[in-house]
Design a protein around this ligand. Sequence first.
Ligand SMILES: Nc1ncnc2c1ncn2[C@@H]1O[C@H](COP(=O)(O)OP(=O)(O)OP(=O)(O)O)[C@@H](O)[C@H]1O
Ligand SMILES: [Mg+2]
Length: 466
Amino acid sequence: MKKLSIKLGAIFFLCILGLESFMFFFLHSALVESRIQEELNALQARGNSHRAILENHFTPDTIAHVALMETESTTDVAVTDADLQILGSSSKNKQLIENVKLPSNEIPQGGLIIENDWETEPFISTVSSLENEGEIIGYVFMFQDTETVHSLIKRLNQHFVLAGFLTVALTLFIIALLSKAITKPLIKMKDATFQISQGNYSISLPETGKDELGDLAKSIESLAHDLTFLTQERNDFLASISHELRTPITYIKGYTEIILKRDLSEVEKQNYLSIILEETNRLNDLIKQLFDLAKMDQNSFLIEKTEVNLKEILEKVEVKLAPAFKEREMTLHITCQKDFFLHADPIRMEQIFLNLLDNSMKYSGAGGITNVSVELKKSQLFVTIRDTGNGIPEEDLPHIFNRFYRVDKSRTRLLGGAGLGLSIVKELVNKHNGTITVKSQIQEGTEFQMMFRGAWSDENDLTGGR
Ligand SMILES: Nc1ncnc2c1ncn2[C@@H]1O[C@H](COP(=O)(O)OP(=O)(O)OP(=O)(O)O)[C@@H](O)[C@H]1O
Ligand SMILES: [Mg+2]
């Protein structure tokens, strides 16, 4: 992880250094250019002011005076007549005298810069023409030694180097702080994920704000939370399975031993054998349900959807269950007047109804009434199963779709339930993109309502679900 902060820091640094160098280069060239321009303008202005005096008094005295004035400053002057014969100069420098020559282009009223190459030439220079009544009577040449310009630029460069060093140092410092601030939470998250991979899910990460890192930390925490929940659920599930499998096997083993060891009458033998058969059936059902659930978990559970008529499915279910209801002195009313169609797996739809109605039958006393009704609202098919049975306590309602959840464990055991029916129903309804809800009042009854999308009936909407 340390490598990441170095990598991040180096990338930041290179980017910022590049940007800064670019900006410094432009700033430096602009400053140098404007300084040189200022020097040239000042030189020209000085030449022009000499010209103003000399135009009025073009006498040897005034020329000598002007030359004298320039000997005291960093600039030099050379005054010539119209033929470039030097009439007076503040310096006897040979190089300076050599540079007293006119430019090829015409000299305007405000004067002209003759030499601005401060880098290679010994002087920068300007010229202003002296006129009298429209005629040129001479020239004022102004010179500035480029040594002074060089030392000016040198000082500017020194400032730039200092500023550059300071900026780089400050940049490095800020980058070190920033990359540490970014990588620190990442290192913490890496440690946390390592802990998770080692099976320790009780991790907590510090708040890092509402940015992407904060989101990542929250995701890791919720992952750890989900894993805790899943591990707990898996352990509970395994404990429930082994318990559910062990109970019928204990019965089967016990009764088989009795039959083998004891000298029993034919009636007793029959009795015990029928218990063994019942437990074997229960075991068979349980294993089948578990197998279905395992397949659903792996998404290898096949739902073969075709166009089905719900009315036909309900009629089949009624034929299967009506005798059992009657035997227990209960009533099953299925009301489905129209043909309602939807895309579904007919076998699984039947399984949904069988599971729900089996519950209504198991958890109602004699005289109980179970009503099944169907309603189509804007291509949504609502199927309601309402019974007048025992009802489910409010605190159990959120859990009844969980695997192996039974409200009254001892009683339901007598009724043969393992607590898997509703979890299978929920999975099957989900696989059909439907929803299932439950309402219940203790001692009054329970109502399950399912909703399936994309349904239609022949009468009012021929195209609804197709
Ligand atoms: N219609 C109902 N009336 C009252 N209680 C119900 C009803 N349906 C379900 N329950 C309660 O919800 C629990 C879970 O139901 P579920 O169908 O999942 O399991 P089961 O019926 O006990 O066993 P299985 O369906 O696996 O044979 C039941 O044990 C029962 O207590
Ligand atoms: Mg059930």
